[in-house]
Design a protein around this ligand. Structure first.
Ligand code: IMP
Ligand code: MG
Length: 180
């Protein structure tokens, strides 16, 4: 697993430090609002588990599961495999995502949840790859952990063909690992 990593982009310590910083900001933002924190599966699971424990205000956990992505390229076809279970109408909703890449999935998620008429809807993404944004996608994440260069990364929940999610850091995958 480690042998397929070209370079560690974000160490475990850097990530934990940033998660604590974001936690302070989000705790202040959502004090007294009892937010519903929606994680987009599966890539967000590791970030979600760390992030939620740094948000020191009452909140509710929920998840969505989309399908569309395989390998290193988005097919563009989005589908809700599993919707949120909470009734979010009139609630303060925070979307947690692993990475904002082309923007297709977050844009889809945002519109899907906005249609349910939440009181507010914000986005927190661990990683942002602005260079990859698809033309026409103007949505800006409200909170970003790290802005990263245009490279395919794995670890801390992010996968390549369902592998590498359990690496404790974010690393750049060697091209030969996905070229076979
Ligand atoms: P989108 O292109 O912004 O729609 O990104 C959709 C999904 O692609 C993300 O939620 C990730 O699961 C996956 N993804 C995008 N870039 C990477 C990457 O560099 N490594 C691993 N997964 C990625
Ligand atoms: Mg993925």
């Amino acid at each position: 697993m480690e042998k397929d990593i070209l370079e560690v982009l974000l160490t475990e310590q850097q990530i934990q430090h940033r998660v604590r910083e974001l936690g302070e900001i989000l705790s202040a933002e959502y004090a007294g609002k009892d937010p519903v924190i929606v994680g987009v599966l599966k890539g967000v699971v590791v970030f979600y588990a760390d992030m939620i424990r740094q948000i020191h205000v009452p909140c509710q956990m929920d998840f969505m599961w989309l399908s569309s992505y395989s390998g290193t390229n988005t097919t563009g076809q989005m589908q809700v495999k599993r919707d949120v279970s909470a009734d979010i109408e009139g609630r303060h909703v925070l979307i947690l995502e692993d990475i904002y890449d082309t923007g297709t999935s977050l844009d889809f998620t945002y519109k899907h949840l906005l249609a349910k008429k939440p009181a507010s809807l914000k986005i927190c993404t661990l990683l942002d790859k602005p260079e990859r944004r698809k033309p026409g996608i103007t949505l800006q994440p409200d909170y970003v952990g790290f802005t990263i260069p245009n490279a395919f990364v794995v670890g801390y929940g992010l996968d390549f063909n369902e592998h590498y999610r359990n690496l404790p850091y974010v690393g750049i995958l060697k091209p030969e690992a996905y070229n076979g």
